[in-house]
Write a protein that binds this ligand. Structure first.
Ligand code: SF4
Ligand code: SF4
Length: 276
């Protein structure tokens, strides 16, 4: 069977995705080594990217325990299910397909984080396998949004408050056009409200200057503890944290608990004004 762009949209929406787009793998020509879809799934021809919005009421609990612990479980779980069901559907139609989970972060990101913590006790090569897909960039390639200054994908109506998922597939599906305008208005709200000073004022719409290390050190419990331990010269705590980060990188993709600037403040989420 030929899978059409329309088939993908209908199936994704039936599975409760609110935003959906398709990219052809040739849009990854400029991507860093190891970050192409074919690295993850040999023979991949298309990448489906979809999103599930975080309810605005939940965004407004930022910063807080409910936000930090629940949004990942709730939205991430929903996205995981949609991506897996889409992959099953495509394989039933005869095309190898690899789901990308809702809170999937390429391991290269963790490599950057671990360097910030002074290195981790395993070799770099193992860490890079098997590569990954950055879903924010995939969202741009699939035409569903554009990058904000914070580096988050912004989509119409929901701004950055959307959890993305995807499917790599060997099906050749007609791609959507890439957006030819920027959603980011350069308002700088994300910069002013970022407690970690992680977004640079020198950035401009579509060209984010975001420092993942500053963000991580601000966000994660381990990051803040690490900063304190470094100040106090507490090597036992530092060593323990390095081991913890190693385990975290294997077990869970998400340690972020903040979002105060880059998510909650962005006005492209027009629910801020529309909802009572
Ligand atoms: S998660 Fe927090 S520290 Fe990181 S960029 Fe967003 S607002 Fe800044
Ligand atoms: S808060 Fe403003 S500058 Fe930051 S991403 Fe949103 S629109 Fe762009």
């Amino acid at each position: 069977m030929v899978i059409s762009n329309q088939n993908v949209k209908e199936k994704s929406r039936e599975l409760t995705a609110k935003v959906v787009g398709v990219a052809s793998v040739d849009r990854w020509k400029e991507a860093p080594e190891g970050m192409q879809p074919e690295t993850v799934l040999p023979g991949a021809k298309s990448v489906i990217v979809f999103g599930v919005p975080i309810p605005r009421g939940m965004v407004e609990t930022i910063p807080g325990h409910l936000w930090s612990r629940e949004h990942g479980h709730l939205m991430g779980g929903k996205v995981d299910e949609i991506s897996t069901e889409l992959a099953y559907w495509l394989e039933d139609e005869g095309f190898k397909s690899c789901p990308i989970g809702g809170l999937s972060i390429p391991k290269v990101t963790y490599y950057t984080f671990s360097k910030a913590l002074g290195g981790v006790p395993y070799n770099d090569f193992e860490f890079y396998k098997p590569g990954g897909i950055a879903l924010n960039m995939a969202g741009v390639a699939a035409g569903i949004g554009t990058l904000g200054k914070s580096g988050n994908l912004l989509v119409p109506k929901y701004g950055p408050n959307i959890i993305l998922g995807g499917v790599l597939t060997t099906a050749e599906i007609e791609p959507d056009p890439i957006m030819d305008y920027e959603l980011c208005t350069d308002c700088d709200d994300c910069i002013e409200k970022c407690p970690g000073d992680a977004i640079s004022k020198d950035g401009e719409a579509g060209k984010p200057i975001f420092d993942p290390i500053k963000c991580w050190l601000m966000n994660a419990v381990e990051g803040r503890t690490f900063a304190k331990a470094t100040e106090a010269g507490d090597t036992a705590v530092i060593e323990n944290l390095q081991k913890t980060v190693f385990m975290l990188s294997e077990a869970t993709p998400a340690t972020c608990i903040c979002g105060e600037g880059c998510l909650a403040s962005c006005p492209i989420d027009n629910r801020i004004k529309k909802l009572k």
